[in-house]
Structure formats: C-alpha cells, structure tokens
Design a protein around this ligand. Structure first.
Ligand SMILES: NC(=O)c1ccc[n+]([C@@H]2O[C@H](COP(=O)([O-])OP(=O)(O)OC[C@H]3O[C@@H](n4cnc5c(N)ncnc54)[C@H](OP(=O)(O)O)[C@@H]3O)[C@@H](O)[C@H]2O)c1
Length: 269
C-alpha cells in the first residue's frame, strides 16, 4: 500500500507504540496527526516527525472526553481536509486482583480504553467512508481472555473486539476496513504508567529480554494490518497460542495460567 498522501490520525502517539507507528508511517510518506495530553511530550515527537517531513499536526487533548475525541477529528480535517486512517491506540493498563480494586480504577480504565476509542471513532466514520479508509483498534493479547490481576484491562480490550466486529459488519458495504491488532508484551518507554489497585499511578520498570517485542516491530505489524486490510492481526506467538487454545480448550488455558500464576505476578509487577 502506498501511504504517500494519506492522512493518519493516531490517538496516544506522543510516546510508545503510537509514536513508533507515527514515525514509521511518516517515513512511508503519510501525513500524521499526533495526539496526547502532555504538550511537551507531543512537541518532542512532533520534532522527530518534522525531521522526516513537515506534514504533521499535534492535537493536545484528552480523547476519553467526547469533546476531546471530536476536537481531534475536527482539527485533522481542518488542517488536512481528509482522514484515511484512524488508529485507536490510547490505552492504559492496571494491576491488582479484582477484590482489591478501588472501583474508580475500572472507571478510569474504561474511560481511557473504551471511551478513548469510541469518542474519536464516531465523528471519524463519515470521513473514513469518504476515503474508504481504515479504522484500527489496538487491543492486546490480554484481550483474548480474562487474566489474573488485569481484569479491568482485559475487559476493556475485549470490548474493543466487540466494537470492531459490529463496525466491520455495519460498514461491510461502505468500503471501510476495520482492523483489530492484538499486541503482545512490548518494550516500554521510560515513565510508562500503570494504575495500581488503589487508583494511584505507578511507573512500569523498563522491559527487555526474550519474548519482549520492539516498538518498531509492533509498528510494522500495525502497518501490515492496514496495508493488507486484514481484520485481526495477532502480534505475538504467545497471543496466537492463547487465541488458538482458548477457542478449542479454554479449560486447558485456565489450567496453564493457574500453574504459572507466579510468572504472571512477576511480569505484572
Ligand atoms: N506496551 C505493551 O506491552 C502493550 C501490550 C499490549 C497492548 N498494548 C496497547 O498498545 C497501546 C499503546 O501502549 P503503549 O505501551 O505504547 O502506551 P504508553 O507508552 O503508555 O503511551 C500511551 C500514549 O497515549 C497517550 N494517552 C494516554 N491516555 C490518553 C488520553 N486519554 N487522551 C490522549 N492521549 C492519551 C499518552 O500520552 P499522555 O500521557 O501525554 O496523554 C501516550 O502518548 C495501548 O492501547 C496498550 O493497551 C501495549
């Protein structure tokens, strides 16, 4: 697929996977609309894109609000006149067993991961119909089944699948491509945050080693999903195995998880 002249909106693209995808798409010639809540971080990422080409717009807003979602889409259309691709990448994770959760944790995760997706997506649909473009949802290997200490996160990522399935059918005749990308365990930028069971923000330690995907490889996987107009793309071997066995032998998957609870706890620390 030729991305030259395409306009791509990526929510949560001031760092991490969203930023990596923005940089990769800019290198392929796409105009990029960046988004995030922190102006400084956005400005740093904008500088990186500007070193590639000048077709970049930063929209500082919180897409978990309906005003923020609408503002992002309106700004993209005001400046570039069209939208070809919307990548719903905003997502926050949490830690803690369900019984220990401050109920506000669930609200925060759903606001960010579900409303942060639907708020920009609904106003974007008419522009995506015009361009016969792509709407892409960034989910997770944790969106295949409920996992220990990640209940609200898993629920929010499973919800994205339901939206993607509904939209894919509703838009079957409109020419819109709907993509759902299930990302696996990926390296994180410094200061990446998660939400603890009491609702406080916690930094996640840097990840490295075997089984950790690079941001660049995840970005390429997302771009492949768009280029090939695929529905579901699973980006990790672990995720592929989980999806396969969860469909056929869910009891076996539960058994494996129960046997490896310690590993889950260590990984999610
Ligand atoms: N990293 C992994 O291992 C992994 C694995 C599976 C799935 N995923 C999924 O991949 C996506 C990206 O993850 P990541 O690790 O790259 O995250 P990240 O490093 O924490 O980056 C999140 C980005 O979203 C922005 N953001 C957060 N909430 C926002 C909001 N309400 N409105 C606007 N911008 C917002 C952040 O900037 P500000 O804070 O400045 O707003 C930042 O640019 C998420 O959906 C995540 O669930 C990640």
């Amino acid at each position: 697929m030729n991305f030259e002249g395409k306009v791509v909106v990526i929510t949560g693209s001031s760092r991490g996977i969203g930023k990596g995808t923005a940089v990769a798409l800019a290198r392929k010639g796409a105009s990029v609309v960046l988004n995030g809540r922190n102006e400084e971080r956005l400005a740093e990422t904008e500088k990186i894109i500007k070193a590639i080409h000048g077709k970049v717009l930063s929209v500082c807003c919180d897409v978990s609000t309906s005003e923020g979602g609408r503002f992002l889409i309106e700004e993209a259309v005001r400046v570039f006149g069209r939208i070809d691709i919307l990548i719903n990448n905003v997502g926050v994770s949490m830690r803690g067993n369900f019984a220990d959760l401050n109920p506000e944790v669930v609200r925060t995760i759903f606001a960010s991961n579900i409303l942060g997706t639907t708020n920009p997506s609904i106003p974007a649909m008419k522009y995506l119909r015009e361009s016969k473009g792509s709407i892409v949802f960034i989910s997770s290997a944790a969106g295949i089944r409920g996992l220990p200490s990640l209940s609200a996160y898993c629920a929010s990522k499973m919800a994205l699948r339901a939206f993607a399935e509904s939209i894919r059918i509703e838009e079957a005749g409109s020419g819109i491509h709907t993509g759902l990308v299930l990302v696996g365990y990926t390296e994180n930028e410094k200061d990446k945050e998660t939400i603890a069971s009491d609702g406080s923000r916690r930094f996640i330690a840097p990840r490295s080693g075997k089984g950790v995907k690079t941001i660049e490889s995840v970005a390429e996987g997302i771009i492949r999903n768009i280029s090939k107009r695929k529905f579901i793309t699973i980006l990790s071997a672990e995720g592929k195995l989980n999806a396969f066995f969860q469909a056929l032998l869910p009891g076996f998957v539960e058994f494996v998880i129960l046997k490896n609870l310690k590993k889950f706890e260590e990984r999610n620390r």
